[in-house]
Design a protein around this ligand. Structure first.
Ligand code: SAM
Length: 246
């Protein structure tokens, strides 16, 4: 049985892990790379790799049994433009993104990340300032970052962080505050479930502009401000049980 959630702050999930070189991952390693953070069981990327063969797709996921099951499916289909890797995105991706050949990263997706609402758990949220800084550095101007969630309390801090960076713009034609549809044309598993329930999905597509990545302190200050604005931290912590809720 696969655990529903893991604690990304546990010591096991702080271990360094090495990103294999792109030629060890993909048959045509020079193709533009799509990185999906929190790929879960992988069915979204398995489907997308079939319909978008011009890009390589890399799914990273902290629950190892899901990575193994997704990789088994990929191997059974012999998809040459898809890989799933086990890692803790908040710890391992910074080095992995630096290790990528310059200009390779084309698209980053963070879709329906686990929502952690308690202030004391905010460090478990996947998009932390150092990870956004690494994504910002690795994405060339014009390349894209796509975020979506069914939980406003999960996507709003991500949006605040991305916009504080000053490094991303939204396409003019996109509806505000949320984009109406998924630009990839392929729903994730969580997205399909949420839509089947008739519930809203909040989406934002960003394009990297030409601004240099900001000092880390700018992103960290933004993260502090975005967490439960207007709520007294001591009061918020005392009020709940530490679990995350939708
Ligand atoms: C709610 S699921 C959504 C899965 C998929 N993106 C979808 O939309 O159907 C969030 C996924 O992110 C993974 N995850 C959470 N924190 C992570 C981290 N630090 N590194 C890698 N994956 C993480 C979880 O294990 C989970 O599989």
């Amino acid at each position: 049985m696969v655990r529903q959630h893991v604690n990304p702050l546990s010591s096991f999930h702080q271990l360094p892990r090495t990103l294999p070189a792109p030629p060890d991952l993909f048959a045509a390693a020079a193709r533009p790379l799509h990185l999906d953070i929190g790929s879960a069981r992988g069915r979204f990327l398995l489907a997308l790799a079939r319909t978008d063969p011009q890009r390589n797709h890399l799914g990273v996921e902290i629950r190892r049994p899901l990575v193994e099951a997704a990789e088994a499916d990929r191997q059974a289909e012999a998809l040459p433009n898809l890989r799933f890797l086990f890692c803790n995105a908040t710890i391992n991706l910074q080095e992995w993104l630096v290790a990528l050949p310059s200009g390779l990263l084309d698209l980053v997706t963070i879709q329906f990340p686990d929502p952690w609402f308690k202030l004391k758990h905010r460090k478990r949220q996947v998009l932390q300032p150092p990870l956004l800084a690494a994504i910002t550095t690795a994405l060339a101007p014009g390349r894209q970052l796509f975020l979506q969630s069914d939980v406003l309390g999960a996507i709003e801090p991500m949006v605040a962080l991305v916009e504080a960076s000053g490094c991303f713009e939204r396409p003019e034609a996109d509806t505000r505050p949320w984009r109406a549809d998924n630009p990839l044309g392929m729903p994730t598993e969580r997205e399909s479930y949420v839509l089947s329930q008739g519930l809203p999905v909040y989406r934002v597509l960003y394009e990297r502009n030409g601004a240099p990545p900001p000092p880390r302190s700018v992103l960290e200050d933004s993260g502090e401000a975005a967490d439960n604005p207007g709520v007294d931290p001591a009061g918020a912590d005392a009020a709940g049980d530490g679990a995350h809720h939708r």
